[in-house]
Write a protein that binds this ligand. Structure first.
Ligand SMILES: Nc1ncnc2c1ncn2[C@@H]1O[C@H](COP(=O)(O)OP(=O)(O)OP(=O)(O)O)[C@@H](O)[C@H]1O
Length: 339
């Protein structure tokens, strides 16, 4: 990985977190200012990202951003960046020409989550279980959302290096007697139960259907929010078991990822779903699954786990990077365009 030595990104900087459903924007006037946030934009309301930026940001302020740092769900390759789960295509050269930017950087949304995990204060972290952060040790971010995002975060030479990967697609296997009943009922991807098959919105429904099937009950909930609502009200035993299994599997996978990165700096759970099930994560089963890693249970017991509770975590990670890019080893090679 080669690191761009040209660290200066000129202010004011537009930062944007472009998800499948929502796009969130803010402008940073300078390195010390708080980001000026704009109302969340539904991607479906605009045909192109350029129109969304024009109407949702530029028309609403007299500030003219000189640069943009955008985080997108999907791989950043070439001069035309397609977004997963949304029709927008990012064409940085056209944005420079039509919207007046001088400098555009596009990174992956999970790298932005990793930047947040490196920079958020304790007021935005809900601790689950024991262990203490070891400063300057590696960290891991795991985020069940539309898919299962994973990123490592390595500290070296006074710099945080996000390590984007496809860790959400590792295998997950049965452990308990109940797992052995359920696993044959889980929908697979080409015959495989990958972590993402269980740990995302779609994955929650996969678990729920298998629980209903093996318990001989008709599913009452038809989407993840109905499952979490029924769990919160304790109105549907299958939904309650689904969330218990969801947090157990999340603990199992988070523990594996912590071992891989030797993440003594902590494991950070990101995304909208975990924020809705914090009480379930606070019950012992999440940490039990996380620490159940013989012969290394003692190591895991000392690794802290957190839910990121910041409502705009990716944007806050981008703001930290925009303020002092030199603190972060974000490779911009092939992902930066200048006028
Ligand atoms: N109340 C809820 N409880 C559980 N899951 C939910 C709830 N609301 C939405 N979801 C699920 O969360 C997933 C979306 O996750 P998240 O909100 O983290 O967004 P994302 O993947 O970052 O995408 P985007 O940024 O495009 O909105 C979807 O699968 C959705 O069904």
């Amino acid at each position: 990985m080669s690191i761009d030595t040209d660290h200066i990104i000129p202010f004011p900087i537009l930062i944007g977190d472009i998800g499948g459903t929502n796009a969130r924007f803010a402008i940073l006037l300078d390195a010390n200012a708080e980001p000026k946030e704009f109302p969340i934009i539904h991607t479906a309301d605009f045909a192109t990202i350029d129109e969304a930026i024009q109407a949702g940001v530029l028309d609403k302020t007299s500030l003219q951003p000189r640069s943009a740092i955008l985080a997108v769900a999907g791989p950043v390759k070439g001069d035309e960046i397609d977004l997963t789960n949304c029709d927008w295509v990012i064409r940085p050269r056209e944005m420079i020409r039509d919207l007046g930017f001088e400098d555009i950087v596009v990174i992956n949304d999970f790298e932005a989550q990793a930047l947040a995990a490196a920079s958020l204060g304790p007021e935005y972290l809900e601790k689950i279980g024991g262990g203490e952060i070891r400063e300057s040790s590696s960290r891991v971010v795991v985020g069940p959302g539309t898919g299962l995002g994973v990123s490592g975060l390595v500290h070296a030479r006074h710099t945080w290096f996000p390590v984007p990967g496809e860790g959400g697609h590792v295998d997950i296997g049965p452990r308990t007697a109940r797992d052995f009943e359920l696993f044959p009922h889980y929908e697979t991807i080409e015959g495989r139960v990958s972590a993402e098959q269980l740990l995302c919105g779609r994955g929650m429904m996969n678990i729920y259907r298998a629980v209903c099937q093996t318990s001989g009950v008709t599913p009452a909930a038809s989407n993840p929010s109905e499952v979490t609502a029924a769990w919160a009200e304790a109105s549907d035993p299958a939904a309650v078991e689904t969330i218990e299994l969801f947090v157990t599997y999340l603990g199992r996978v988070a523990g594996d990822l912590a071992l891989i990165f030797m993440a003594r700096g902590g494991v950070f759970l990101a995304g909208g779903i975990v924020q809705k099930i914090i009480p379930a994560l606070q019950e012992p089963r999440f940490r039990q699954a996380f620490e159940d890693k013989a012969p290394h249970s003692a190591i895991l017991a000392n690794i802290p786990t957190f839910v990121i509770t910041h409502p705009l975590a990716a944007l806050s990670g981008l703001a930290a990077y925009a303020r002092t890019p030199v603190r972060f080893g974000v490779s911009t090679q092939g992902r930066r365009w200048k006028a």
